[in-house]
Design a protein around this ligand. Structure first.
Ligand code: ATP
Ligand code: MG
Length: 577
């Protein structure tokens, strides 16, 4: 491809609305342009990368025995009413009406449509197992569409759905998809981890998320440093004592009130009292389905609202505002504590249960208590696992410490069981002629999100550094002095040879200053740059730059073509001697 003929509107400055690096770089490299919040145009370079990701996904799905289909984005409400999700899905579902005033939605996912298809077309156990997939545009009216392709309102997903005669078969299909996902993310050239997302539903692990590791990831991942346990920090189960007992041993003194003027946060209070955050207990007040609730966690821990909700079976959990805190505790927010609390359910994290003593708020302006002991100084209705995992917590499987990485969820495999087939009465006849519900699994990959995740993981201050498998081009030819005949002829010669060899190559044929060309090349992130200048050519060399390492190498002009082909395609087979 010729640079001058492609629409690559690079930007020198960071667009103000782009908060994360992948979004900034995709905008600056001219890959995407925003149409509306969470809705983007893919420009030529962006689309090339998207197609490459899709191709690898497709190949591995086919390899795993899944068949490609294409379902509609526009879906009738009736199907969603059958499963009850027309109500449950809430505002994330993009709803619309046709001219006859009938309800439709733009599909955020396709369980209903596929189950409807399969219940009509698959009647016998002889037709099973079957796994159908598509790569298609999804619509979700996310509360906060952000970070460019990372969380869009319209995005490209690969979704596969497996149908089996029994749970055994479904587990096999699940395993096949799990393995296929490993292949896909390895082939994409990304560092990733599969983490347990939910366990024990149907026996064994019934859901895994695939995370691309990146410091900027939205999700924390707790990985055991010894065994292969890995889970989302929000979902990692923590046993009693997982975080140690915390400091403080020996004789525990009686409760003592101390002044802590204007010290509200854990950091402020602990610094002021010459203590450390693990010696404090934080008291967070929530309205739980309208009822007051106090949740206690150690000062260095974070409350996990999903765990709290699950424990209490509540759907609405809202942090109490200053007015409610004052009304329920008698003190201003920032100084809440469990001592003397009345008419409020108090639940505590397991790590609070094992603390010998703690510093807590006194429900009074500018005051805290020292040496507070659960049971002695305050009551706790229930202790349970209520927090996110942190580095050093004991692995729930083997007890070794876990480490924490950040990740971006790019894929999800999920055992559905008969949830949808029962709701939609999707059955087949088994070998005895009896009617059975299909046992299903669903498997998603965020095809467009992968691009963002790949950039979060692979970039430097100059721009993108594409892993070769998804790079828009393998080679970027940069003739520096475009008015020089020798430079241009050699560049064209190399370019032509690359194209004939089937290597995706872009040639910089704009008449721009060398600096502009170099900056744009680094921004675009093509793995290899071939730089041609008068001086080097005069000496018989071209310069080869590795975008990732920054390493520059002089290659003889005569050997350049073979060298580049070998670099991209691997060594050519030697003739047998
Ligand atoms: P998240 O927790 O990030 O909202 P999810 O659990 O809603 O994801 P799934 O329904 O499992 O996601 O969808 C499958 C995959 O689609 C996800 O793993 C993710 O990679 C991708 N995905 C989900 N929502 C979006 C979005 N709004 N924009 C881009 N990709 C998305
Ligand atoms: Mg979501």
């Amino acid at each position: 491809m010729r640079y001058s003929k492609l629409l690559i509107p690079t930007l020198r400055e960071d667009p103000t609305e782009a908060e994360v690096i992948s979004h900034r770089l995709m905008m600056r490299a001219g890959m995407i342009r925003k149409v509306s919040a969470g809705i983007y145009n893919f420009l030529p370079v962006g689309l090339r990368v998207l197609s490459k990701v899709a191709k690898i996904v497709r190949e591995e799905m086919e390899h795993a025995g899944a068949q490609e289909i294409l379902m509609p984005a526009l879906q009738p409400a009736e199907l969603w009413q059958e499963t009850g999700r027309w109500q449950q899905y809430g505002k994330e579902l993009m709803r619309l009406k046709d001219r006859h005033d009938r309800d439709f939605c733009l599909g955020p996912t396709h369980e209903e449509v596929i189950t409807d298809l399969v219940r009509r077309e698959v009647k016998s156990y002889r037709q099973l197992p079957i796994n159908l997939y598509q790569i298609q545009t999804k619509f979700r009216d996310e509360i906060r569409p952000r970070f460019g392709l990372m969380r869009g309102r319209e995005f490209v997903m690969k979704d596969a759905y497996s149908f089996d005669a029994d749970l055994e078969g479904a587990k096999e299909n699940y395993k096949k998809m799990y393995d296929a996902y490993h292949k896909i993310f390895s082939r994409l050239g990304l560092r990733f981890r599969a983490v347990e997302a939910d366990t024990g539903l149907i026996g064994g692990s019934s859901s895994h998320e695939f995370m691309v590791l990146a410091q900027t990831g939205e999700e924390g991942i707790a990985s055991c440093t010894k065994c292969d346990y890995a889970a989302n920090v929000e979902r990692a189960e923590l046993k009693k004592g997982a975080g140690g007992r915390g400091p403080g041993a020996g004789e525990v003194k009686g409760l003592e009130k101390v002044q802590t003027p204007d010290k509200k946060t854990v950091e402020e209070v602990s610094a002021f009292l010459k203590a450390t955050p693990p010696q404090l207990v934080k008291t967070l007040l929530f309205s739980a389905d309208g009822r007051p609730l106090a949740v206690l966690v150690r000062g260095d821990h974070q409350v996990n609202e999903i765990k709290v909700r699950r424990l209490l079976g509540v759907s609405d959990l809202i942090l109490a505002d200053a007015g409610k805190v004052e009304a329920w505790t008698g003190g201003p927010s920032g100084f809440s504590g469990p001592v003397g609390l009345k008419n409020i359910e108090i639940i505590g994290d397991l790590s609070v249960e094992v603390m010998p003593e703690s510093i807590v708020g006194a429900n009074e302006k500018d005051a805290h208590y020292l040496h507070a002991v659960p049971g002695r100084d305050f009551k706790v209705d229930r202790f349970a696992d209520l927090r996110n995992a942190v580095a050093g917590d004991a692995c729930p499987r083997c007890g070794a410490p876990v480490s924490i990485d950040r990740g971006i969820e790019v894929g999800h495999v999920f055992m559905l069981g008969t949830k949808y087939s029962e709701a939609m009465k999707a059955t087949f006849l088994d070998s005895k002629g009896e009617e059975q519900f299909f046992v299903m699994g669903c498997y998603g990959i965020g095809v467009s999100r992968i691009i963002a995740a790949a950039i979060e993981q692979n970039h430097d201050e100059k721009g993108i550094i594409w892993p070769m498998p998804i790079a828009p081009f393998a080679i970027h030819i940069i003739p520096v002095q475009d008015q020089s005949e020798r430079v241009m002829i050699t560049a064209e010669l190399i370019y032509g040879s690359m194209i004939r060899a089937g290597i995706e190559t872009i040639i910089e044929d704009r008449s721009e200053r060398a600096g502009v060309k170099f900056n744009d090349a680094d921004l675009l992130g093509v793995p290899y740059q071939v730089v041609l200048g008068e001086k080097n050519l005069h000496e018989g060399f071209v310069e080869l730059k590795n975008r990732r390492t920054g390493e520059k190498q002089k290659v003889e002009v005569e050997k350049a073509i073979d060298h580049l082909i070998e670099l991209v395609q691997g060594p050519r087979p030697q003739p047998a001697s």
